[in-house]
Write a protein that binds this ligand. Structure first.
Ligand code: M6R
Length: 364
């Protein structure tokens, strides 16, 4: 049932091109440049958005926060569900609460949804599991259609959730008039390319390269992950994946935060994984990389294909296919998943049965 793979997690990593196709299919219309999500919410009826989720879904939500604010210019706040439900949040009928969940059963997220509804918010679920508890309680569901995810460490649900968020942000931006048609079309095309680009991220040469890097650093006791802008959540997600399946301590920061404290940790024993793909802030990210190297930290850089210029600042490079910056978190996440799974493999861990974790957390 693992389709020839050693683990469900590996199988699901390789299913991503398909999962993404299913997330996007029928929803992007190249001819008109429109996105059709089949949701009944009036995109002009709310003044703010609250995103609520846990774990990996929360990091997908962070990408969503960035995309929605950029493209639709609506104020967005984001909470981990276990905090939201107890923090007496400011909610009104003008609020759209978006719950994100692979399983649709996570109790913290479900209770947070109930809290938002109690105060009159409109609610939307970005959910994978059909007919799950959350889908029965939200006003509307944007299914991600990633297919069943069995691996405890979420992979394909993450990339599909981020893609669903991108479509939602496009839809909101176009409907609210904040996103010009030409830019909308450009992003729509970029989204459509995602399945192919993820497939390209999984070629044997790329896999061998990540395996080699994983073997080189598998004995490290700590890792730091850095990213900026729309890819700061990619760093958080990378650290979470590594912790969950390899039990190596990992922390993630928005790269600009490093100088405010975490830089004190850096020495020759600290591998630092940096998302440094093409972006408006690439130069700033590279100067963060130089700060790491000046302190003898080992740099594993995620770079855009062909960027040999910045490769000289890194000890090791994971090249990823070129994408539009706004959709790059999907492609970059795959590199993070591969690094984590190959480090865990190297350490002989059973990635489908990470200690202390369950697939759906239905207790508080
Ligand atoms: O089913 P959900 O998306 O609501 O689950 C949320 C988290 O429990 C989940 O993402 C968890 O962090 C995963 N083990 C991450 O790999």
């Amino acid at each position: 049932e693992k389709g020839g793979y050693d683990s469900y997690m590996m199988k699901e990593i390789y299913e991503q091109p398909n999962a993404l196709t299913n997330t996007l299919i029928g929803r992007l219309h190249d001819d008109t440049g429109e996105v059709n999500l089949d949701i009944n919410l009036d995109p002009k009826s709310f003044k703010r958005i609250s995103i609520i989720a846990c774990g990996t879904a929360f990091y997908a939500g962070m990408v969503g926060e960035y995309l929605i604010e950029q493209l639709a210019r609506i104020p967005v706040d984001i909470d981990v569900a276990s905090e939201y439900r107890y923090r007496d949040p400011l909610v009104s009928e003008n609020t759209l609460a978006i719950v994100m969940s692979q399983s649709g059963e996570t109790i913290d997220t479900l209770e947070a949804l109930r809290e938002a509804k109690k105060f009159g918010a409109k609610t939307l679920g970005i959910i994978n599991a059909k007919g799950s508890s959350m889908t029965r309680e939200v006003d509307d569901t944007l299914y991600i259609h990633a297919g069943p995810e069995i691996g405890v460490a979420s992979t394909k649900a993450y990339t599909s959730m981020v893609s669903a968020m991108l479509m939602l942000a496009l839809w909101l931006g176009r409907a609210r008039g904040t996103l010009a048609e030409a830019e909308g079309r450009e992003l729509l095309h970029a989204a459509r390319e995602l399945p192919r680009l993820v497939e390209e991220s999984l070629t044997p040469e790329r896999i061998e390269n990540v395996k080699r890097i994983a073997a080189k650093y598998a004995d490290a006791k700590d890792f730091l992950f850095l990213g900026r802008g729309v890819n700061s959540p990619t760093a958080y997600e990378g650290a979470l994946k590594l912790k969950e399946i390899s039990y190596i301590h990992a922390e993630a920061y928005a790269a600009g935060e490093m100088k405010h404290g975490p830089i004190a940790l850096i020495d020759e024993n600290m591998p630092v994984v940096v998302v440094a793909t093409e972006s408006k802030l690439l130069e700033k990210t590279i100067s963060n990389v130089q700060e790491v190297r000046a302190r003898k930290g080992k740099v594993i850089a995620i770079l855009t294909d062909g960027d040999t210029e910045n490769a000289r600042h890194a000890d090791d490079v994971i090249y990823v296919p070129r994408t539009h910056e706004m959709v790059s978190p999907v492609v970059n996440a795959v590199a993070m998943q591969l690094l984590a799974i190959f480090i865990a493999d190297k350490l002989g861990k059973d990635v489908d049965k990470p200690r202390n974790l369950a697939k759906a957390v239905t207790v508080e």
